[in-house]
Design a protein around this ligand. Structure first.
Ligand code: ADP
Ligand code: CDP
Length: 247
């Protein structure tokens, strides 16, 4: 199934994405988010199944969503379910991928010819149109308003929450020996039009470098064939103090 924006606004009963399965939860307005072992890169072109990855990303996401909640960022997390799943608020997701960057790498380096590793004076806030068919193109806010992807007032809130979440996570990862290089966030609204941070927060959706180096502890290990993904993610989980059974 496609993840183009009309779909995101009309979430079906159950949806299997590239990395997760979303199903109706026990109460109205809830969803079970189940983390799969699948890993994809390049908009699904490169694929693998890494046994145990789902459990690790679930545990990392749970801890980071709690950390953000405890520091005043509203998130979709309701509660833990089991080793692979969490219960979340069912939201209407803005068809936007927000990327906050602290250090240059990835698409910004390719697009603007910046030097990989350049540390930005202040975090950069970027918007991408969440649309698989178009390969999630980068857009500016005027494009987002023109396509009615989000209201201007809501984008201001999303921007503030993204910057705050980035600061909290940057500090946290610094304390366990990683530089938070960049991170992707998604947001949505509930039935009261309140905005919440959604989706997962894991090494699939952010870049972590060993502090002061450019050694990857994230999905770049898979994207660029730089080593064993499970070992990499296990190290992140270990430094976060997580104990994951069977890993
Ligand atoms: P993709 O859809 O890109 O293949 P996933 O496998 O990660 O990605 O699927 C998860 C889907 O669930 C994403 O489209 C994401 O926007 C959506 N989602 C995440 N959190 C929520 C939520 N709280 N409510 C509704 N949809 C959500
Ligand atoms: O991955 P790529 O170099 O193409 O894109 P990027 O714009 O440099 O990605 C910035 C950050 O967003 C990285 O941490 C990616 O892992 C994350 N991202 C994501 O989680 N999902 C996407 N669809 C695109 C980027």
């Amino acid at each position: 199934m496609e993840t183009t924006w009309p779909f995101v606004y009309n979430f079906p009963m159950s949806y299997e994405g590239k990395a997760k399965i979303m199903k109706d939860g026990p109460k109205e307005g809830t969803l079970v988010m189940l983390f799969k072992d699948d890993v994809t890169a390049g908009n699904g072109k490169k694929k693998a199944v890494i046994k145990g990855k789902g459990k690790i990303n679930k545990a990392i996401t749970l801890k980071l969503l709690k950390l953000l909640h405890d520091n005043g960022v509203p998130t979709h997390l309701i509660e833990d379910i089991d080793d692979r799943s969490i219960l979340v608020k069912r939201l209407k997701i803005f068809p936007l991928e927000v990327v906050v960057r602290n250090i240059a790498t990835g698409s910004i380096v390719r697009r603007l010819g910046l030097e990989k590793g350049m540390v930005f004076k202040r975090p950069l806030f970027e918007l991408f149109f969440k649309n698989d068919d178009l390969h999630d193109p980068m857009i500016c806010q005027e494009h987002a308003f023109m396509m009615d992807l989000i209201y201007p007032d809501d984008l201001l809130i999303v921007r503030n929450l993204s910057m705050r979440a980035n600061e909290i996570l940057k500090q946290y990862f610094d304390s366990i020996g990683f530089d938070l290089v960049d991170i992707k966030f998604e947001f949505g609204v509930d039935e009261n039009e309140e905005i919440y941070l959604a989706d997962e927060i894991s090494p699939d959706t952010m870049r972590l470098w060993e502090k002061g180096t450019m050694t990857s502890f994230d999905k770049d290990v898979f994207r660029e064939d730089k080593g064993d993904l499970l070992t990499t993610y296990t190290e992140v989980a270990k430094r976060m103090g997580l104990k994951i059974e069977g890993i």
